[in-house]
Design a protein around this ligand. Structure first.
Ligand code: FE
Length: 365
């Protein structure tokens, strides 16, 4: 009898427990649904609250788009992109206070410095930015911040030049290089920034002598961009060219096999390794003076300096990340490490006008 009672009690318990579990399940399901609805609503509100950031950029790479999407996923902030070329600066000027631009991204510290001196930028306080970006790669008053880094190097014909013949930018002014040097016009900001760095490191007189010496040794009157100089080396018009590193990277990683062939016929030489280092420059971002979404602008630039973003952002244009902890691409690794000029890039803007004057004085077209 006792045994039957125990069995009955156990049965009753089992039924009760099962019943409770069942109840719980049916109770929980709709609760879950309500929760999902709440989360969606909350997310929608967050997106609305998070708002937008309007970006003017002169960069156009697929990887950039990928990054903007990632930023939106993480922050809820939508990125509106307006891309252009030099006309974007004029647009920003014309729009004045009415501009919708929050962030401006462009290449060369010289260009960023011009935006600042034209009163189109504002200072930003961000510990993330000052931690992620080395001091020399950002404005000394925090108006602009480097995002990617490039070197201006000597690109040589592997057929006709032995790298042991190369040493410094200055050595390219020697007689042995007569009519062998290819370089673009002095109207180009990359050359202006290069000469601006020489003014800082070697003084005005030596900078001027260098420019005059290069004019003497030019293989032709300057024409075209950096890629055209590299192609002219391969075509035999000259033996060395001065070019930014990413142009060689672009050729080597091109989908056009002819371009890859061009890239493979040249070598990259980092000059001035035993003296004051190879010239480097950046592409970077600034918060626009009349930005309407300043907080979002800062968050966006901060995101672009994060490890995750840096690797993609730099690789999109075969550049070096500015964040020293970020990995560099295979192409860049193959060129090896190099000693950089040790100057704050703010100086490139300060010396820009003088550099242009020197170019004019020596007749560099
Ligand atoms: Fe470029």
């Amino acid at each position: 009898m006792k045994q039957i009672k125990v069995v009955l009690f156990s049965l009753l318990l089992t039924v009760l427990v099962l019943g409770l579990v069942g109840c719980n399940q049916t109770d929980e399901e709709p609760a879950k649904e309500t929760k999902t609805e709440e989360t969606t609503e909350q997310a929608t509100n967050e997106v609305e609250e998070a708002g937008v950031v309007n970006l003017y950029t002169t960069r156009h790479y697929d990887t950039d788009e990928e990054l903007y999407k990632k930023f939106t996923e993480q922050s809820g902030i939508e990125v509106n992109v307006i891309s252009g070329k030099d006309d974007l600066v004029q647009r920003l000027k014309d729009e004045g206070e009415a501009t919708e631009a929050d962030v401006f991204i462009t290449a060369d510290a010289g260009n960023l410095a011009r935006l600042k001196s034209d009163g189109l930028t504002q200072a930003v306080e961000s510990e993330v930015l000052t931690t992620n970006i080395p001091e020399k790669l950002r404005d000394d008053e925090n108006h602009w911040f480097g995002l990617t880094k490039r070197a201006r190097v000597i690109v040589y014909s592997k057929d006709r030049v032995d790298p042991s013949e190369l040493s410094t930018y200055e050595a390219l002014t020697e007689d042995t290089w007569k009519e062998r040097v290819l370089i673009r016009s002095s109207e180009n900001i990359y050359n202006q920034s290069l000469l601006a760095s020489f003014i800082e490191l070697n003084g005005e007189e030596e900078a001027k002598n260098w420019a005059a010496g290069i004019v003497t040794n030019m293989a032709r009157t300057p024409e075209g961009g950096d890629t055209d100089q590299i192609k002219a080396v391969v075509a035999g018009e000259g033996d060395v060219a001065i070019s930014n590193t990413y142009y060689v990277g672009r050729l080597l990683n091109s989908t056009d096999p002819e371009e890859v062939k061009v890239g493979e016929q040249v070598g990259v030489f980092f000059p001035n390794q035993d003296t004051n280092g190879t010239h480097i420059n950046i592409s970077g971002a600034t918060v626009v003076k009349h930005a309407k979404n300043v907080d979002n602008a800062v968050k966006f630039i901060e995101f672009l300096t994060s490890l995750e973003a840096q690797e993609l952002f730099a690789e999109g244009n075969n550049e070096y990340p500015v964040n020293p902890d970020a990995k560099i691409s295979e192409t860049l690794t193959s060129w090896g490490e190099f000693k950089e000029q040790d100057i704050n890039l703010t100086i490139l803007g300060d010396n820009n006008t003088r550099a242009i004057q020197l170019f004019n004085e020596v007749g560099w077209k």
